[in-house]
Design a protein around this ligand. Sequence first.
Ligand code: FES
Ligand SMILES: [Fe+2]
Length: 440
Amino acid sequence: MKSIVSTAAGDWVRPDSVHRSAYVDRDVFDAEQRRFFGATWNFVAHDSQLAKPGSYVTLDLAGRPLLVLREGDGSVGVFYNRCAHKGTKLYTDEAGEAGRMLRCPYHAWTYKLDGSPLGIPLRRDYDLQALTDCEAGRGLTRVGAVRNYRGFVFVRLDAQGVGFDDYFGASLVWLDNMADRSPTGRLQVAGGVIRNVMRCNWKMYLENINDSVHPVSAHESAGKSAKAQWEESRPPGQAALPMAVEQLLPFASGYDFFEGMDAEVYPNGHSAMGVSVSSHSAYAQPAGYEEALNAAHGPERTREILGRSPQNVVLYPSIAIKGAPLAMRVIRPLAVDRTLVEAWSFRAEDAPDLLLQRALSYNRLVFSPMSILAHDDVHLFEAVQQGLQADANPWVSLHRSFDPAELEATGTQHCKGTSELLMRNQHRAWSRFMNTMEAE
Ligand code: FES
Ligand SMILES: [Fe+2]
């Protein structure tokens, strides 16, 4: 099979289709780990996870172990989780408290909370000048760039590259929309994280977040069962829907509903599905919540926040957020055919607890292994990954609602909710970052 790495720029992604090697070729995966994930901005942590100086979380981003740390000055720093001596990971817990300094478990080199060197056992046996002059003497290495936006911490691994504001552009309004669902503008990670490993390439998972056509067929049985169950058990005269019913019934909708959701796409792969209406639009607001938001943000901003509840906003390529249920998915490629998907829930500070319950309920019902819907997707992701092993037709179709004018567009584009523009937009960004890096 011809490797994508050796093909000419532009060959990988056609205007209306994508070469299957983007999903199944290990060389492609290795190349994108270095190039694409080095050049793009990726979510690493939420600052509510870092209560005080020395609090840390660890993660793996595109094969690099990272340490996200609350530094002594209160800022959030992101370092490679790699001791300057022999490379040991400083911390292997998912999260913890380092205290006033970082200490390597192997030979006890220590570092200040800004990553600079603090102490070395048997210091007298070192040529201190030689040590200071070399890489090891400089302490921990920071990633290329870090930005804490409304509590969401993102990194760019490469030292040089596109800036945060240019990279996300207009899509940042959706992080504002989510954070401003708290009267104080602050969110807190709560209720634990649900993890699933999907046996598919990460791109297929990200595409599916924007695939509003599949629920009608793939989730037909789940949606119809939920509807039938509710109609059978509904107490006479009860209009208000229980939370689970409110969250599951929209999956029984037809193509018209999904088409009418409408969507926006932004440069660099980002998108918002459901900008006109979504399955979250009709959620009832808890008593007193709107009043609290009015008092904090003013009536106009409150209407704007609550009036826009997209189905999914993809901040490409690492997260997808849902403002109304305060839920987020984090997408981590593990191998060409393995993707870790995490479902996170948020509490909105000074807002009713019902909002957190809604997030937890949604994640359990729709994204957890016990979901009545998720197994439909899990099966299909695996089936796609297996099907694409066949090279008879090397191209994956993304033709739906294609318009040649979209190739010239530079800013926000609007489309029907059922358009595959959202997916084409992801692949165009992927191709551009892969090619840019190759050209350098
Ligand atoms: S590897 Fe960290 S102190 Fe030796
Ligand atoms: Fe699905």
